[in-house]
Design a binder for this molecule. Structure first.
Ligand SMILES: [Fe+2]
Ligand SMILES: [Fe+2]
Length: 166
């Protein structure tokens, strides 16, 4: 059985993952509003990955005979200055989430909760991947600057993202 403190911390993480999902869906809507359909596609996939993360934690708490909670999440921003600004915000957000996962891991270490440590190791790897992907996109957008021609190609590239397994 999961401890009360760990259960509470994971329920807070479910909430954080659902916020991430809403944030990326909001980014998808923004991308559509500026005719960046490839980036919108990329963000829709990202949003569904975040829902999958929330569900992974949700099912885990139940599996450990705990009580999963669905809690309210704040409204995400709706507008950004440009595609580059939006992806920079996405990267900053992922770094923040990595910090939350590390905090959870530290708690699991302190509680000698080996099962939760094991679950969190998957999330630690996932964060490495997510930060790397987003960093690469930010670097491309910073490189091309205001060139609408190059932006067109980056958008086309982002539109090729396949749905992931995670
Ligand atoms: Fe996530
Ligand atoms: Fe994420």
């Amino acid at each position: 059985m999961i401890s009360q403190t760990m259960q509470q911390a994971i329920n807070a993480q479910i909430q954080a993952e659902m916020y991430s999902s809403n944030l990326y869906l909001s980014m998808a809507a923004y991308c559509e509003s500026i005719a960046m359909r490839g980036a919108a596609h990329w963000m829709r996939i990202q949003a569904s990955e975040e829902t999958a993360h929330a569900l992974k934690f949700f099912e885990y708490v139940i599996q450990r005979n705990g009580r999963s909670l669905v809690q309210s999440v704040g409204a995400p921003p709706q507008e950004w200055k440009a595609l580059r600004d939006m992806f920079e915000q996405a990267l900053a957000h992922e770094k923040q989430v990595t910090g939350l996962i590390y905090k959870l891991y530290e708690q699991a270490l302190a509680e000698k909760d080996y099962a939760t440590q094991n679950l969190l190791q998957w999330f630690i790897s996932e964060q490495v991947e997510e930060e790397a992907n987003t960093t690469e996109i930010v670097a491309k957008l910073q490189m091309i600057g205001e060139s609408s021609n190059a932006l067109f190609w980056v958008d086309k590239e982002l539109g090729k993202r396949g749905a992931s397994q995670s």
